[in-house]
Design a protein around this ligand. Structure first.
Ligand code: AMP
Ligand code: MG
Length: 350
């Protein structure tokens, strides 16, 4: 089979916009696994496309973790109404250590369970090149080294961290065979690598490793007693500790997991004195002139581009010491829902 015709590099901007609005207009290829299809998958990922592939847990929907536009397209394809931080998949421990800072306990767990269905959440490293959108603005990063041979050869060929949430539409159950992926995502992604049934069928166990504690954030096949026996101390089950904000939890649940220091005002049609403007779409020149600092999430009103820029632009405004940010209205369609979800959290009282 020839793969040259598979979409690569510059995704036409119109395709991105209509995908945002929920139309199915990408040419999805479904293929078995061989050297050619793996290379095709790797090249699609490296050029910002979306590839579904089997892992030992469930089928993942892969995107280049370092490319915010690719990650925004992934959220749009899944139809996720919020940006949950994503797990970065890498080939081995040494690639993992480029992304995160591993304490002794984290190293012991990695040694015992990688490659395999364990995700470790550790502080992100200074040089971590995973984009802000994939991290959802957090200072920690979730990392996994999968054991499935298809996932491994693909990661090796991509040679970059790959985010890979379950390859289903948001709210649907995780896919364990490629037909499930086709059912949910056909026309929304570039390639489905059919490597047979995902053996485990349940998502990975997620464990947070901080200086003073090790805690399960999402239960999975690896039990707390097994984890405890490896590190020689008790492992809390984070899912038992409830939702209070001083306890850890998978952050999709928190009301605010990236809040800028500045006060945020949403749906702003005009700019007040002293405010900076985070804009969207074409602007009246006077707004840009009045704003203390001015950034536009997408001058061409492309919601996927806006999603890709969101966390980075909030951070830029923060590092510039901005006190008040007015945010232009963002259409609440497609990935715009996720953008508005994050903006509401950024603006919520704290
Ligand atoms: P999925 O990719 O669908 O398996 O979901 C990823 C899970 O990992 C979500 O529940 C996230 O909240 C969780 N996660 C990702 N990054 C982090 C992080 N830095 N800290 C804690 N949980 C995380
Ligand atoms: Mg999922």
């Amino acid at each position: 089979m020839q793969y040259e015709s598979i979409h690569t590099a510059e995704q036409p901007i119109l395709a991105m916009i209509s995908m945002t609005e929920g139309k199915l207009d990408l040419l999805t290829r479904v293929t078995g696994v061989d050297a050619d299809s793996i290379l095709a998958g790797a090249s699609i990922l490296r050029s910002g496309g979306l590839v579904a592939f089997p892992t030992e847990t469930v089928y993942g929907l892969g995107a280049d973790a370092t490319n915010p536009l690719a990650v925004a397209k992934l959220y749009a394809a899944k139809g996720r109404p919020s940006f949950n931080p994503l797990i970065s998949h890498v080939i081995d421990q040494s690639a993992a250590e480029k992304l995160g800072n591993f304490c002794d306990d984290a190293r012991k767990l990695a040694l015992a369970f990688w490659p395999g269905p364990l995700t470790l959440v550790v502080p992100k490293s200074y040089n971590c090149d995973v984009c802000e959108l994939a991290l959802s603005g957090l200072e920690t990063i979730a990392i996994r080294v999968p054991s499935h041979p298809v996932a491994r050869v693909l990661l090796e060929a991509v040679n970059r961290p790959v985010v890979a949430p379950s390859a289903n539409r948001s709210g649907k159950v995780s896919p364990t065979i490629s037909e499930h992926v086709s059912h949910d995502l056909f026309g929304r992604i570039d390639l489905i690598l059919d490597g047979g049934r995902a053996e485990i069928g349940l998502e990975s166990t997620i464990v947070y490793c901080g200086e003073n504690e090790v805690q399960i954030l999402r239960p999975g096949g690896i039990s707390s007693s097994l984890l405890s026996s490896v590190i020689g101390k008790s492992v809390k089950n984070g899912t038992d500790v409830g939702q209070s904000n001083d306890k850890l939890t998978a952050p999709g649940m928190l009301s605010s997991h990236y809040a800028p220091n500045a006060f945020v005002r949403l749906n702003a049609d005009t700019v007040e004195v002293g405010e900076s403007l985070l804009s969207f779409g074409e602007d009246e020149a006077k707004n840009a002139e009045r704003a203390h600092k001015y950034l536009n999430l997408s001058p061409s009103s492309n919601l996927v581009e806006a999603a890709a820029n969101l966390f980075q632009y909030l951070r830029i405004l923060d590092t510039e010491g901005v006190r008040m940010i007015a945010v232009a209205p963002i259409p609440n369609i497609g990935i715009g829902e996720a953008i508005n979800d994050r903006l509401r959290r950024a603006a919520s009282p704290r």
